[in-house]
Ligand binder design. Structure first.
Ligand code: HEC
Ligand code: HEC
Ligand code: HEC
Ligand code: HEC
Ligand code: HEC
Length: 270
């Protein structure tokens, strides 16, 4: 009885927790009103719903400001409404949260050419339907709109290689963890490597990407060697285990034969 009601409470709690952030995001007056509007005022709602921001509880007012609880005052500057940033204001707009990216971006050729048409955040990521970032964002169609694709392609090749190396490493670590091996240290090293790696793209500096890629591959190789050492040790343990089992088998066989001979002698004597 006790356990049943306890289980019910837990179920209720987890269900509520699962829906809470979504429910809170759904409740805002921004979504209620804009959801019923048409054209450029309504489309952001549907696009935003499928975005990585919606999935992480970042809603209209987190980007645009304003009061998400008050229909009448929602878009009042007094309540912090920022409105729509113009082209050159976008890096600051997004950079309120993505501080490191903004820094790297402003130091890049794109950031320096911002006022002269350098690509900024929404040119590459979009605005309302932003997804998890990946090297797929670098492609000839999007990157040759303003200049040649050549350098972009070289950057992509380097990034895809490191990305693949990291993915393989993470799979290896998951396999080891499932077998009960302690991988915290290697995981921390791989996590730090991924963070450093993800900072390199926005520089759009081919020389820097090349030289840092060499360092990333080196660091990845060091973790990989630790993984392989563990595999080798596991193989060795399996081998020793096999030998011990074989010895044990031989010993039992000898015992059995000895006992049999002894019994035959006993039988012969009686
Ligand atoms: C009662 C309906 C209503 C509510 C509530 C509402 N909006 Fe709006 N919103 C509108 C209308 C209508 C427009 C277009 C006219 C205008 O700019 O005032 C608009 C325009 C906008 C624009 C574009 C402004 C521009 O300069 O083009 C943004 C961004 C925006 N709303 C965001 C929000 C956010 C964020 C919230 C919640 C904090 C919100 N809205 C709440 C009706 C609403
Ligand atoms: C990740 C930040 C972010 C979120 C979240 C976000 N917006 Fe926006 N929104 C922008 C940016 C940036 C622009 C400017 C667009 C551009 O420059 O391409 C914009 C533009 C707009 C516009 C003007 C569109 C036009 O074509 O003139 C409206 C209206 C708007 N947003 C409403 C909303 C509503 C409603 C929500 C919530 C469902 C929302 N936004 C969520 C970043 C965001
Ligand atoms: C020229 C295109 C381009 C521009 C401009 C750009 N990005 Fe990116 N961004 C990318 C690509 C490509 C990746 C994926 C890189 C990778 O996989 O290593 C990425 C990755 C990211 C990531 C995930 C990686 C991380 O460090 O967390 C974030 C967040 C991000 N960008 C935000 C921004 C913001 C904010 C701006 C503006 C200040 C911006 N981006 C400008 C193309 C761009
Ligand atoms: C109010 C804070 C906030 C603002 C403003 C904001 N973001 Fe985000 N963004 C987040 C959070 C939180 C996540 C999900 C966690 C993460 O991946 O960092 C995220 C995720 C992302 C990702 C995916 C990162 C990845 O790991 O692949 C990109 C790309 C991105 N945002 C771009 C933008 C762009 C472009 C803008 C401006 C139009 C913007 N963000 C504005 C908070 C914000
Ligand atoms: C909206 C226009 C625009 C788009 C789209 C754009 N760029 Fe650029 N890019 C520029 C400008 C402007 C410069 C600086 C002037 C120049 O070198 O042509 C630049 C320069 C570069 C450089 C040279 C950097 C250097 O140090 O010389 C690289 C590499 C680059 N962009 C990569 C990319 C990639 C990758 C993409 C696609 C994800 C992209 N760009 C999309 C406008 C753009």
């Amino acid at each position: 009885m006790m356990t049943t009601s306890l289980r019910f409470c837990l179920l209720l709690l987890t269900t509520l927790l699962a829906f809470a952030p979504q429910a809170r995001a759904e409740e805002t007056v921004c979504i209620q009103c804009h959801g019923g509007l048409e054209g450029r005022l309504g489309t952001p709602v549907g696009q935003w719903r499928g975005s990585i921001h919606a999935a992480n509880g970042i809603s209209c007012h987190d980007c645009h400001g304003g009061d998400p609880t008050d229909f009448a005052m929602a878009m009042s500057p007094e309540r912090g409404f920022i409105g729509v940033p113009d082209y050159t204001a976008v890096p600051d707009f997004c950079g309120r949260c993505h501080v490191g990216v903004k820094e790297d971006y402003l130091a890049s050729a794109h950031g320096k050419a911002l006022a002269e048409g350098g690509a900024q955040c929404v040119v590459c990521h979009g605005n309302h339907s932003i997804q998890k970032a990946s090297p797929e964002l670098i492609n000839s169609e999007d990157c040759s709109r303003c200049h040649e694709y050549g350098q972009a392609e070289e950057i992509k090749t380097a990034i895809v290689g490191t990305d693949q190396m990291l993915a393989d490493l993470e799979t290896d670590l998951q396999v080891l963890a499932r077998q009960g091996v302690t991988v915290q240290q290697m995981e921390a090293a791989s996590f730090a490597l991924r963070n450093d790696f993800r900072r390199v793209f926005h520089s759009v500096n081919i020389d820097r990407v090349r030289s840092e890629t060499a360092g990333f591959l080196q660091r990845g190789e060091e973790i990989k060697q630790q993984v392989e050492a563990i595999y080798a040790e596991m193989d060795q343990r399996k081998l020793i285990g096999g030998i011990v089992a074989a010895l044990f088998f031989v010993a039992s066989l000898i015992c059995y034969l000895l006992r049999k001979t002894y019994q035959q002698e006993e039988d012969a004597r009686s």
